[in-house]
Design a protein around this ligand. Structure first.
Ligand code: 5BU
Length: 262
């Protein structure tokens, strides 16, 4: 059972550099909290990171919602990642043929490959999409990672258990580029090398008006097998985001300790 091993133990097994680094950061900072920073201005994003950067292991971005995106911003982002010791995940959810994804990954305004340690990718188009990112890494951009979507948190999504199983099978051919899976359940995969990233988390079990479904920190860590937990509006829209981030960090970490102590 991968969920009974510690993050240190799992970092020893990692075959992807980003997974290894993320496991180390989690142990060092005692944080398995990923902040989903879904804000639309670069100043607001950088301000928010100054407040919560110390408490997170991973920062999840949506570059395409930022109205004033620019290269100075990505330089600042990388500096903050270094200062506070967290990694950056661009939640781009690539879903096209490999050739197009290779271009979307490294070109355009966003040049994602230059600043994001890892990206999210759909398995729907087939393994060409993993090959594309893998090739980009081999061709000079260095060690990067992929979180493959095996399940989603939203109500009525079309992913079946068969789709999840085939996704995990497809990924098994790319251990060097695979950081982990974005998923909702412990049963979706077994391999302890990979990180389970789980979004849809708030203290209040509830929903939003557009189909997002929330589980509590305790439930996703103890029952659902989450390793890194994504919190967005639960922190970003709080009156005091820093205090709220500390609350999430502490609850998530104590539930992880409970889990690995059996
Ligand atoms: P929230 O504010 O905590 O609901 O934000 C959740 C974030 O995680 C948001 O950026 C989504 O795009 C992202 N997400 C998700 O909510 N559910 C999924 O299954 C996947 C990503 Br994949």
């Amino acid at each position: 059972d991968r969920t009974l091993l510690t993050y240190e133990q799992r970092s020893e097994l990692s075959t992807n550099t980003v997974a290894k680094r993320l496991f180390h950061i989690m142990s060092a900072k005692k944080s398995n909290l990923c902040l989903s920073i879904d804000l639309t201005s670069t100043i607001k994003i950088l301000d928010m990171i100054e407040k919560v950067g110390e408490h997170i292991c991973l920062l999840k971005t949506h570059a395409d919602i930022i109205e004033d995106f620019n290269t100075d911003f990505t330089v600042s982002l990388k500096n903050l990642a270094k200062k506070f010791n967290f990694l950056i995940l661009e939640d781009r959810k690539f879903a096209d043929i490999g050739n197009t994804v290779a271009l979307q990954y490294s070109k355009g305004i966003h040049k994602i490959a230059e600043w994001a340690d890892c990206v999210t990718v759909h398995s729907l188009p087939g393994e060409g999409i993993l090959k594309a990112i893998n090739n980009s890494c081999d061709n000079g951009i260095g060690s990067r990672g992929v979180f493959l979507l095996a399940e989603m948190s939203s109500e009525g999504n079309l992913i079946t258990t068969e789709y999840t199983a085939q996704t995990v099978k497809m990924a098994s051919k790319y251990p060097n580029v695979l950081t982990g899976f974005v998923c909702q359940t412990k049963e979706s995969f077994n391999d302890p090398r990979y990180i389970q990233l789980t979004p849809g988390v708030q203290f209040e079990c509830s929903k939003d008006e557009l189909g997002q479904v929330y589980n509590t920190p305790e439930k996703v860590i103890l029952e659902k097998g989450a390793d890194v937990v994504v919190v967005g509006r639960g922190i970003v829209t709080a009156k005091n985001p820093e205090a709220q981030a500390v609350l999430y960090k502490n609850v998530l970490w104590s539930n992880y300790l409970r889990r690995v102590s059996g």
